[in-house]
Design a protein. Structure first.
Length: 77
């Protein structure tokens, strides 16, 4: 999942080397939280107009998680 998020984000930003993904351990309900970090100037590119790109990234991550029988949440930091 980390590689997928990094690949998507690197295609959208001007500084692809600054993209980083951290993963938290599953919480009590089994949700794994992924933290997507990008350079400050690229934050708008990842979020998109009215959050559309961020929503699309989260949708892709959830669809992959469903195939793997897991629950995920993506936070953009």
């Amino acid at each position: 999942m980390e590689k997928l998020l990094i690949t998507i984000a690197q295609g959208l930003v001007d500084e692809p080397e600054a993209v980083k993904v951290d993963r938290d351990e599953p919480d009590e309900s089994g949700v794994i939280v992924y933290h997507l970090h990008v350079a400050e100037p690229d934050m708008g590119r990842i979020i998109g107009k009215q959050g559309r790109i961020a929503k699309a990234i989260r949708t892709i991550a959830r669809s992959v998680a469903v195939r793997n029988n897991t629950k995920v949440m993506v936070e953009i930091d």
